[in-house]
Ligand binder design. Structure first.
Ligand SMILES: Nc1ncnc2c1ncn2[C@@H]1O[C@H](COP(=O)(O)OP(=O)(O)OP(=O)(O)O)[C@@H](O)[C@H]1O
Ligand SMILES: [Mg+2]
Length: 288
């Protein structure tokens, strides 16, 4: 009988050493809950991308294990194909991901590969291009796209394949604020629809506002884990991982210290939430 697990992904004592001898991950044991919004947070070189590549089976552990839905990953062709039907990765570097000559063909690859008919593929592609604001560029050569457009194209490709689990490696890096906001609202929608999301980022503000669970990586090890409210009030943990506290959190603490906001109010997770705490503010307090 299959093991039933509420964890979609689980790593057990995971270790990865690159061929040049770099130890990128060491003894990492983390669990990704089904339907959760998980942030992998850490500074440059912490091992976030390496972990994403291990979760989707592009890299194979040097030691330890990756489990998906309660079973060890199988690294044969069939095992990996099955995994990648259910899990999609938006690569940090779009150049690694994009291979098709045009925007449309790039996004159509996933659904076409799933054996959908032409109309169903076209429907998926249109929806993914509309969501990522790329419809007007549908016939454009992918190598002429700007960096931000390439990043959004990578997300569109994964959206069109409609996996249950999305691994997103710095999905908003290089995007302008409006496009970054748009991407985060796509992720909110996916989350509401019950998809499991794992987002790798060095952006503490983003992780604080968005995640339900945060894994802090530092030097290839797990430096800390928990809900954003727990992780981000742990100054020692943040310092050890070379991270700063989120701006909203710092401002809240400063305003509370000066008596401008009530000391018993829940800690806000967004600028709107913080503004709502100020005296005379009419905006409704909101915790995401
Ligand atoms: N192909 C590779 N060969 C050798 N070392 C590598 C390779 N890729 C990554 N590394 C090393 O592994 C470590 C972890 O890198 P990784 O890319 O996973 O970090 P990251 O947390 O994603 O960083 P960033 O925030 O810069 O994206 C780093 O020390 C890096 O230099
Ligand atoms: Mg990375």
């Amino acid at each position: 009988m299959r093991a039933i697990s509420r964890l979609v992904f689980e790593t057990v004592g995971l270790r990865y050493t690159y061929p040049d001898g770099t130890l990128a991950l060491e003894d990492l044991s983390v669990g990704v809950p089904a339907g959760g919004r998980v942030a992998l947070l850490g500074p440059n070189g912490a091992g976030k991308t390496t972990l994403c590549l291990l979760l989707i089976g592009i890299l194979r552990p040097t030691a330890g294990r990756v489990r998906f839905q309660g079973e060890d990953l199988r690294y044969n062709r069939q095992g990996l194909a099955g995994l990648r039907r259910r899990v999609g990765l938006v690569f940090q570097d779009p150049e690694v991901q994009i291979f098709a000559p045009t925007v449309w063909e790039e996004v159509a690859f996933g659904p076409a590969n799933q054996g959908l008919n032409r109309e169903a593929v076209a429907e998926r592609v249109e929806a993914a291009l509309a969501a990522t604001d790329l419809l007007e560029l549908r016939d454009k050569a992918t190598h002429f796209l700007s960096y931000g457009q390439k990043k959004r194209l990578c997300l569109a490709g994964v959206l069109a394949a409609a996996p249950e689990v999305l691994l997103l490696d710095e999905p908003t890096a290089g995007l302008d604020p409006e496009q970054a906001r748009r991407v985060m609202s796509i992720l909110d929608e996916l989350s509401r629809a019950g998809r499991t999301l794992v987002l790798a980022t060095h952006d503490v503000d983003l992780a604080y506002a968005w995640a339900e669970t945060v894994f802090v990586l530092s030097g290839g090890s797990l430096a800390g884990a928990g809900k954003p409210g727990e992780v981000f009030c742990n100054g020692a943990l943040l310092r050890a991982a070379s991270l700063r506290p989120p701006l909203v959190f710092t401002l809240y603490e400063a305003l509370r210290g000066r008596g401008f906001v009530p000391s018993d109010a829940p800690v806000p997770r967004s600028p709107e939430g913080l503004l709502g705490l100020l005296p005379g503010s009419s905006s409704k307090f909101e915790v995401k």
